[in-house]
Design a protein around this ligand. Structure first.
Ligand code: ATP
Ligand code: MG
Length: 733
């Protein structure tokens, strides 16, 4: 038997070696579905059944495609060229370039990004005299995208499907939008699949060509395909007799987490119906995770109804391992500290940072972990997104705060002067710059002065005056009520928050969450200047360092991946399950959240650490957070509870991560009505010159001077600072 087949169990081998006819591999997490698909690819080539370009292979991400290419080459022992291997979008784009003229495009068509799409649709709606205040373009965009996900061209949208959006003009607007795209020789993302499917449907000669070309079709993460992707696959796979329909899809109904993007679990059932005689292979041995991790994940997902039903058992010889940790923390800062400390001790004991991941439910959650990791000097990467302080809305908000702090900050002023739009066109900006240069004054002052004359048109002049007057007012708020209130006021009164509230794109709610998180972060600092210094410090964290990095990403982005150690923070009602899923109320959205939890736990090979905080700070006020219902759904015998509110008597159990030290926390006093929780050490520690210390925000350092409760400390990663002794403890390096 070939080497690569010997590395499979009998069921996996069956899935690899059954080359003719439709095949569905339905199996739980970590059972080797992706490995089967990759090996099958190699096996097809090795056995001479097809040449590399005669296999069509679909992965969920570009990264997964790269990995598959590498593994196939590895098994073959030589590089492979000319593969049709990639995401649905990448493959369709490549095909569509060949046949663009069939849908009225040239092969050089451009693919529009989300911003361009929206701008174009707005123009179309304006031309059709739609009241955009009442019917925002974003809403229409979402409807069009859903139609495209379902393979509906404008002609296929029935009157019954037409929405009451823009007074039943949805279909007409869709049609006009498609016309505009065509006139511009452009396609949006959804068009790639829509056009290609339409071409295959209506041009038998093209379809016949592809039937000859692709002998085998392979699809990973099949549970997350949408309808148009399914149609596209079915068209390509349903070859006329006597050619076999060699399509192999692998998936797990319990890991379907993209229904909000149009994915349909029902595609699994459709497969059996549309491909008669389809063989179904089930894999049951999980080779990824330890027994407790599997047990915890299986127990949780068992709460979902309407599952196809699968068995999952440990397949590793070394499946015994420690229980899943469920750690209760006081607040999100302490949660970040716990995660940071455990990662440090993992690293000290020789674990690679590449094998550690923090998986969050919502993007804003990355902030507290990022700051902690920076303090500890642990290199990290935010996968599939930007680091917190690099996100556009955070940069904008920071620019407002920088101008608030320092009106002469021209770079910051320039960033926000026309965000949100204040009608300041190119000529207005030029006039502003010229005045600033001529008078040698900052842009902010030039703006104040220019509104006194008539260099600007009335609209931008008034808007600019309002902004400058706003800054004067906000500075007073800052002096009187503190920087957090001031920041909230700035974002509110400048119209910045409103700009995102009006935005209906799918990213907008996340951006608003990030802005709230920014205010929470500010609450941890004494004043505005202190906060701005801190962020400057965070931003200069060395970006390009080579070497190991741990990864932070959303649960959605973690699909298909695996790590030795996985942290799953923020398991609280309203965060996970998300508020949205709770508001919608239906079991359906809750079940999708539960699948997401299942995906999260099953990413871990050896250690899974779930945590929740008992308190979250909202605008400086504390509000208690209720532990996620998912925590109660984990089978008790698979988990070990730790931390203050460990309700079931398990606290202080020694941890493989270096003892229960992280449970020993300082007493805290919450002062009624205060903005800050004051932390006080149990007994005032005394520090000596030259002593090594650890500060919660600035990390390790050496004491230079001591004056009563104030110390001057040279921090390893943050210059020399004066700090209060109660924020310091003796370093345990
Ligand atoms: P997911 O549902 O999370 O995508 P999957 O079913 O695709 O998981 P894989 O990622 O292919 O699972 O495999 C999980 C892990 O188990 C991988 O590290 C893989 O190398 C290993 N594995 C798979 N099959 C075997 C086997 N027969 N023997 C040993 N290890 C295996
Ligand atoms: Mg997989």
């Amino acid at each position: 038997m070939s080497d690569y087949l010997a590395k499979l169990n009998p069921e996996q081998r069956e899935a690899v070696e059954t080359l003719d006819g439709p095949l569905l591999v339905l199996a739980g997490a970590g059972t080797g579905k992706t490995r089967v698909l990759t090996t099958r690819f190699a096996h097809i080539l090795m056995s001479g059944k097809a040449r590399p370009w005669e296999v069509l292979a679909v992965t969920f991400t570009n990264k997964a495609a790269r990995e598959m290419r590498e593994r196939v080459a590895h098994i073959l022992g030589r590089p492979v060229e000319g593969l049709w291997l990639g995401t649905f979008h990448a493959l369709c784009a490549r095909m569509l370039r060949r046949h663009a003229e069939l849908v009225g495009l040239k092969s050089s068509f451009t693919i529009l990004d989300a911003d361009d799409q929206l701008r174009l649709l707005k123009q179309v709606m304006e031309a059709e005299r739609v009241d955009l205040k009442r019917w925002p373009a974003q809403g229409m965009m979402a409807i069009i995208q859903r139609w495209k996900d379902r393979g509906l061209t404008p002609a296929r949208v029935t009157p019954a499907e037409d929405t009451d959006y823009a007074a039943n003009r949805g279909r007409a607007l869709y049609e006009a939008y498609q016309e505009r795209l065509r006139a511009l020789n452009a396609a949006d993302f959804g068009d790639l699949l829509l056009h290609m499917t339409e071409i295959l449907r209506t041009h038998p000669e093209v379809l016949a060509d592809y039937h000859r070309a692709f002998r085998y079709i392979l699809v990973d993460e099949y549970q997350d395909t949408n309808l148009v992707q399914y149609y596209w696959l079915r068209l390509l796979a349903q070859r006329p007799d006597p050619q076999p329909q060699n399509i192999c899809c692998v998936g797990d109904d319990d890991q379907s987490i993209y229904s909000w993007r149009g994915a349909e679990i029902e595609n699994i059932l459709r497969f059996e119906k549309d491909f008669r005689g389809a063989k179904i292979v089930r894999l049951e041995a999980n080779y990824r995770s330890t027994r407790p991790i599997l047990g915890a994940a299986s127990g949780l997902i068992a709460r979902n109804t309407g599952r196809l039903g699968k068995t999952l058992r440990p397949g590793r010889n070394d499946a015994d391992g420690e229980k899943v940790r469920v750690v209760s923390l006081w607040d999100s800062e302490e949660e970040a500290r716990m995660v940071g400390e455990r990662i440090e001790s993992l690293r000290r004991s020789g674990h690679s940072l590449n094998e550690v991941a923090i998986l969050v439910r919502a993007g804003f959650q990355t902030r507290s972990f990022e700051e902690r990791l920076i303090v500890l000097g642990l290199p990290y990467r935010v996968v599939g997104g930007l680091k917190f302080y690099e996100r556009a809305e955070i940069r904008d908000a920071m620019a407002y705060l920088r101008v608030l702090n320092q009106p002469a900050d021209d770079l910051a002023f320039e960033r926000i002067v026309n965000t949100p739009k204040r009608g300041l066109g190119e000529s207005g900006m030029r006039a502003l710059h010229e005045l600033a240069r001529a008078e040698r004054i900052p842009l902010h002052d030039a703006a104040a002065r220019i509104t006194e004359g008539d260099a600007l048109k009335p609209k931008p002049r008034n808007a600019l005056r309002e902004l400058i007057q706003g800054f004067a007012r906000w500075r007073q708020v800052n002096a009187k009520e503190g920087h957090v209130v001031a920041a909230a006021t700035v974002l509110e009164e400048s119209g910045y928050t409103a700009m995102w509230q009006a935005d209906r794109s799918p990213e907008a709610p996340g951006r608003l969450e990030n802005l709230k998180e920014l205010l929470r972060a500010m609450g941890e600092f004494q004043n505005l200047a202190g906060f701005l210094d801190h962020v400057a410090l965070v931003m200069e964290n060395d970006e390009n360092a080579e070497g190991e990095r741990l990864q932070i990403m959303t649960l959605h982005a973690a699909k298909g991946l695996e790590f030795d150690t996985v942290f799953l923070p923020g398991w609280e009602e309203g965060l996970f399950p998300s508020q949205r899923s709770l508001d919608e109320g239906g079991e359906k959205s809750l079940e999708e959240e539960r699948r997401l939890a299942y995906v999260g736990i099953t990413r871990a090979r050896k250690h899974a650490i779930i945590s929740h905080a008992a308190n979250r700070r909202i605008y400086g006020n504390w509000s208690p957070a209720i532990p996620s219902r998912f925590l109660d759904e984990l089978p008790e015998e698979m988990i070990m509870r730790e931390g203050a509110s460990a309700s079931r008597g398990m606290r202080d159990t020694p941890s493989v991560f270096g003892g229960g030290g992280l449970l020993a926390r300082r007493p805290r006093v919450i002062e009624a009505g205060a903005w800050e929780v004051k932390e006080r050490p149990a007994h005032s520690a005394s520090f000596a010159r030259g002593e090594r210390v650890f500060h919660d925000k600035f990390g390790y350092g050496t004491v230079l001077q001591v004056e009563d409760d104030r110390l001057e400390v040279a921090f390893d990663k943050a210059d020399t600072k004066r700090v209060l002794d109660r924020f310091l403890r003796k370093a345990s390096e």
